[in-house]
Design a protein around this ligand. Structure first.
Ligand SMILES: C[S@@+](CC[C@H](N)C(=O)[O-])C[C@H]1O[C@@H](n2cnc3c(N)ncnc32)[C@H](O)[C@@H]1O
Length: 268
């Protein structure tokens, strides 16, 4: 979910300090997509886990949900599978198409790009794997998740697997707010503020360049993301006829976040 108003905490203070220079945007829109992509291109988190799960799991084509600019799509294509990349944002899919255009033809030809809502899609075919990584499940509310599970169940081929990552707050004692500095693939440094009070239904992520130009507009990306527990998600999956057959804790997200890759299959 995108918030185009002042975020709480240090992110909001940063926006206020920029005054009318601040251009608040979402993470996946025209202004925000290049920033997200710069950071994502430097981030290898979860790629190896997803690719390994697909390589060792069911045969057949792969559906990459919330594919963005293809952080998983291209490594999945490199396994030799046919991949459908689905995302809601035209701006993110433009970045993916640009990346595919530079990829070898043999890979490009095995990729289908679809602009659609992951909470209600109808591709009229089955997949050996349906992947929803980067904890993007948290972008949907309860109704959206119910629609997602329905759509996933309708698109899993017999024996197919749904791979979905879920993020929890690692520790209720962790601070409400953290500020970190991250570098994008371009070398640009960004300040990242995460505001996540223990028990809150949402967390806020604010990203601003560490050293903006001396004058002119400054792009500040703000995202409001739902929080969830694995137990609640597993209950939702079961309700939708999807049984969790595997849970793999992922490492590399720091002390504050606990990410688990769930593998779900259609209940018999
Ligand atoms: C955190 S990014 C993940 C992108 C990519 N998988 C990666 O790891 O870099 C989340 C993506 O979800 C997309 N998205 C948000 N809501 C969506 C929806 N309802 N249906 C499909 N895609 C959605 C955004 O456009 C964005 O590209």
């Amino acid at each position: 979910m995108t918030v185009l108003t002042l975020p709480p905490g240090l992110g909001g203070e940063r926006v206020t300090a920029l005054g009318d220079r601040a251009r608040i945007c979402g993470l996946y829109d025209t202004l925000g997509a290049p920033v997200y992509d710069d950071l994502a291109a430097a981030d290898g988190f979860e790629i190896g886990d997803i690719v390994a799960a697909v390589r060792t799991g069911a045969e057949g084509p792969v559906l990459d949900l919330a594919a963005g600019a293809g952080r998983f799509t291209l490594p999945l294509l490199a396994t030799g599978r046919e991949v459908t990349a689905l995302d809601l944002s035209a701006d993110m899919l433009d970045l993916l198409r640009a990346r595919l255009a530079k990829a070898p033809r043999s890979m490009r030809e095995r990729c289908t790009v679809v602009q659609a809502d992951m909470s209600a899609f109808d591709l009229r075919r089955g997949f050996g794997h349906i992947v929803l990584g980067t904890t993007s499940l948290s972008l949907l509310d309860a109704e959206g998740r119910a629609g997602l599970y329905r759509s996933v169940a309708a698109h899993l081929a017999p024996g197919g697997q749904f791979l979905v990552s879920v993020m929890e707050r690692a520790d209720d004692e962790a601070p409400t707010e953290v500020h970190s500095r991250v570098r994008g693939a371009s070398g640009t440094s960004y300040d990242l503020y995460e505001y996540w009070p223990a028990g809150a239904a949402h967390r806020y992520v604010t990203i601003a360049p560490t050293e903006p130009a001396a004058d002119g507009p400054v792009t500040v990306c703000v995202d409001e993301v739902g929080t969830m527990s694995i137990a609640a998600i597993e209950a939702e999956l079961a309700e939708a006829g999807l049984t969790v057959a595997g849970r793999r804790p992922l490492t590399g997200m720091g002390d504050r976040h606990r990410v688990t890759l769930l593998k779900a299959v259609a209940a018999r």
